[in-house]
Design a protein around this ligand. Structure first.
Ligand code: NA7
Length: 556
């Protein structure tokens, strides 16, 4: 990379450190971004607010936390040596093992020397004269960089519920997304879990084994499929390893969500009741996320979706002995799969334990938390500890916490006040040289994140290299390209059942957050092709500025 332009505008920090690229976040996205940038000989600084690498896997260490994508697929593919060497122990890796893997990657590729831990990025301001960003961190330093890459993650901003009296609770309060690093022991305690999303569904069976009594406060029942987790056999690992190049290619180029699965050629209503049941039973026995790909129309046809939803409701009724509890646990307000389907180990069976109670806070809402009780309208529940499994300000939350100022001092939060607007999920008009990894408008959370992360990082790395080779000093999404992309993302979502659920995909879990469908549902294969085509056409839809005309290409 050529030397940075001289520094002299209003947003400039004179005498600050200069880098080609500042990367925000040292999760899987930030670490791979750093690795790729180094490969081009670029200087990069990564800031990470946690005390170690790993991103969401550093924070989400609640009991039972594990990945819902199979380990052999939820791993980097960029280094064949790495994927051949690493020994995943189970079908679904537990959080400590994923964190160990993240640390192994940091050490193996010598990434740590460019990662500054315990440091938040508070502010980033674009200098329109110099085409650089001034980045201010929580330690009071400001550095200058030509590019900023937001690798801040989609599920990093844990959301505390706004419940009256919570601050006055005398016992320990834990959030699943911000779990302590020292061991937590619930032995002999009365524990309350608020929320029944994926984090609760994974942690409830484990907490129930320790707690003297566990009360689960459920507002919305969720669909969950058994994980059928098990130790990986050497044969299973070898079968992946010997076929990795082809398996990775298929995941990237031929699937919707970056997860290997059979591609069904039939819709659910093309089969009779018996045939359908046999297929659902087989997938239920196999376990995992591929339950939703038994048929090709479960995400788009309500009648087809109902057949899968009814099957799972039937399974819940078979597992849970008390009919009243079973009924409460049966989801009935959204089509199956339109909220991220959960993957569990013995979640529903846990409600057969004598020390576990389910409380329906939809019909009897929590009114207040006192020093040692959760009070609903109908009764008080004594608890010694509270677990808030209440989710995240997803997809935009961690970006929104940074004061990002683009052209004319406009903040990204102002621009996104009515919902995030991006071109390809990777850049937002008015914010030149600012890239987002797995941002809103890209497949991101609807996919195997590793597949999406690698695709975005590679695309951004190629883009930066393209700019360098042509002596271009800025790139920016054009407004018209962005508008068309946002419209396309919405249009594709509207062809599916997804918008029918009040999900965090829609921003519906955060009061006041604009409700638009944020991820791109067209699928990773289609999306990759679109991104590749854009690049092949000289970054169609982006404006670029040559070094001698630094102000020439403000987005049209
Ligand atoms: P989720 O899936 O957002 O689940 C949060 C849960 O907390 C959900 O059941 C919510 O009910 C409930 N919730 C949120 N706020 C409240 C309040 N104020 N009172 C009662 N209940 C509340 O987050 P997770 O951490 O479980 O999972 C996030 C993703 O991580 C998951 O999809 C996987 O991809 C991994 P609601 O549905 O809003 O009625």
């Amino acid at each position: 990379m050529s030397a940075l332009p001289s520094v002299s505008g209003k947003n400039r920090a004179v005498g600050a450190g200069t880098y080609d690229v500042v990367v925000v976040g040292a999760g899987f996205a930030g670490m791979y971004m750093l690795h790729r940038l180094r490969g081009f000989g670029l200087s990069a600084r990564v800031y990470e607010q946690g005390s170690d690498v790993g991103g969401t896997w550093y924070w989400n260490r609640y009991p039972g936390a594990r990945c819902d994508v199979e380990s052999m697929q939820y791993s980097y593919s960029f280094s064949n040596e790495l994927q051949q060497d690493w020994e995943w122990s189970e079908r679904y890796a537990p959080q400590p093992e994923i964190l160990k893997y993240a640390n192994h990657v940091a050490d193996r590729f010598d990434l740590r020397k460019d990662i500054q831990l315990d440091t938040r990025v508070d502010r980033a301001a674009f200098d329109e004269e110099a085409n650089t960003w001034s980045v201010t961190t929580s330690d009071g330093n400001t550095v200058v960089a030509k590019y900023v890459v937001l690798a801040t993650g989609c599920l990093s901003n844990a959301r505390m519920p706004d419940i009256k009296g919570l601050a006055g609770f005398k016992g320990k309060v834990y959030h699943t997304g911000h779990w302590p690093h020292e061991p937590v022991d619930f032995t002999g305690l009365r524990v309350g879990v608020i929320g029944t999303g994926s984090s609760a569904i994974q942690s409830v069976p484990v907490i129930a084994e320790q707690a003297s009594h566990l009360t689960v406060f459920q507002r919305t029942a969720n669909f969950s499929i058994p994980a059928r987790n098990a130790a990986l056999t050497p044969e299973e690992r070898d079968s992946f390893r010997s076929n990795y190049p082809e398996l990775r290619r298929v995941a990237r180029e031929e699937t919707k969500n970056g997860i290997l699965q059979e591609l069904p050629d039939r819709g659910a209503l093309d089969d009779g009741d018996n045939e359908r049941r046999v297929k659902y039973e087989a997938r239920w026995s196999r376990g995992g996320l591929t339950f939703m790909s038994v048929y090709n129309n479960l995400a788009i046809d309500k009648a087809a979706n109902d057949t899968a939803a009814n099957f799972v409701r039937g399974k819940i009724a078979e597992i849970v002995r008390d009919p009243g509890t079973a009924k409460l646990l049966q989801p009935n307000n959204h089509p199956i799969g339109t909220k991220r389907i959960c993957i569990d180990t013995d979640y529903f069976a846990t409600f057969n334990r004598p020390n576990v109670t389910l409380v329906d806070i939809k019909s009897d809402p929590i009114e207040e938390i006192t020093a040692n009780e959760v009070r609903t309208g109908a009764r008080d529940y004594k608890v010694d500890a509270l677990v808030l499994a209440t989710g995240f300000d997803a997809m935009t939350g961690s970006v929104a916490r940074i004061d990002i100022r683009g052209r004319n001092g406009q903040t990204l939060n102002q621009k996104w006040a009515e919902g995030p607007k991006t071109y390809l999920g990777v850049m937002s008009a008015g914010f030149p040289n600012l890239f987002i990894i797995t941002g809103p408008g890209s497949p991101s959370v609807l996919s195997n994140m590793m597949v999406s992360i690698e695709q975005h990082v590679d695309w951004i790395a190629d883009c930066v290299s393209y700019l360098r080779d042509r002596d271009l000093v800025s790139i920016e999404a054009k407004k018209d390209a962005e508008e068309k992309w946002v419209a396309h993302v919405n249009e594709v979502a509207q062809t599916t059942l997804y918008p029918q659920a009040n999900s965090w995909y829609m921003g519906a879990n955060i009061p006041g957050k604009p409700q638009i469908f944020m991820p791109y549902i067209g699928g990773v294969a289609v999306y990759r092709q679109i991104c590749n085509d854009v690049a092949a056409k000289g970054y169609e839809g982006f404006a670029m500025t040559a070094a001698e005309h630094p102000r020439a290409a403000a987005a049209s």
